[in-house]
Design a binder for this molecule. Sequence first.
Ligand code: HPA
Ligand code: ZN
Length: 326
Amino acid sequence: DTLIELSETMPKTELHLHIEGTFEPEQMFAIAQRNQVKLKYDTVDALKAAYQFTNLQDFLDLYYQGMSVLLHEADFYDLTMAYLEKVHSENVVHVEIFFDPQGHLSRDIPFDVQIKGIYNALQDAQLKWGMTSKLIMSFLRHLSEESAFETLEHAKPFLNWIDGVGLDSSELGHPPEKFLRVFEACKNLGLKVTAHAGEEGPPDYVWQAINQIGVDRIDHGNRALEDVKLIEEIKKRDLTLTVCPLSNLKLCVVNDMKDHPIKHMLKLGLHATVNSDDPAYFGGYMNDNYASLIRRTGINKEELLQLAKNGITGSWMKNTTKEKHL
Ligand code: HPA
Ligand code: ZN
């Protein structure tokens, strides 16, 4: 159908993507073998069969297991390049990707090994295809404030490669205010700030992200819809929501794609965007996310184009002010 075709061919941005969440089972087994690491699952099919989640934590348990086979700079490079090749084929022209340094530092993989592999792949994608990118270092919120501060110290020699910081992992019980001082330090270093909020956590966590952390954007934000005043605040501040439809379905944030609130978000005037989060685990990359919305929620052409435009204005590229693009 023509809307699907338009969604595939139009230039797109991706603003919510965890590079460790692009680890396809086939590549995971290949890298495990070359590193002589043993996985908990014997076959690709056995691993894929485990991708049945009832909540965020179910997924995170497998996500941290999967990334544990990444040991060398080449592993991080190959992981990142495989993702960039995939989305280049889907007409994604700009990406802003998260990495989780604490998920690797905890296994004694040095910060420079991680970031050199990822950054070199991003540079090569720009040279090869003109694909532009931003790199976002994300703090694991189930760990301590002290651990986040230590991670920031590791990052300091590489600040010219890092555009912003984020906050991910287990949301419930780990509100944004736990990291208030860390984010303050990051802002003082000139970093952009975003945070996962309102995926499983209550509207209050979104308020905290806005009022206490002072985020430049909100990752997910679904549960903000429960609070009318919060919706108004997000609009007043022009904050972009990086929404992830297939992720929401897989992690049971929504029960059926036909009930996904993205159409409603647009109707309210919220700057929603479409993103894939952890595509290797959630069953689809950028184009699959759009296709699923088109088939199941009945978004129209105008809404489709609005979502793509929001992905440009909500990005951290320079010179993409609303005046210029809308
Ligand atoms: N939410 C929280 N933490 C994450 C996610 C997510 O969707 N993906 C990877 N880490
Ligand atoms: Zn995420």
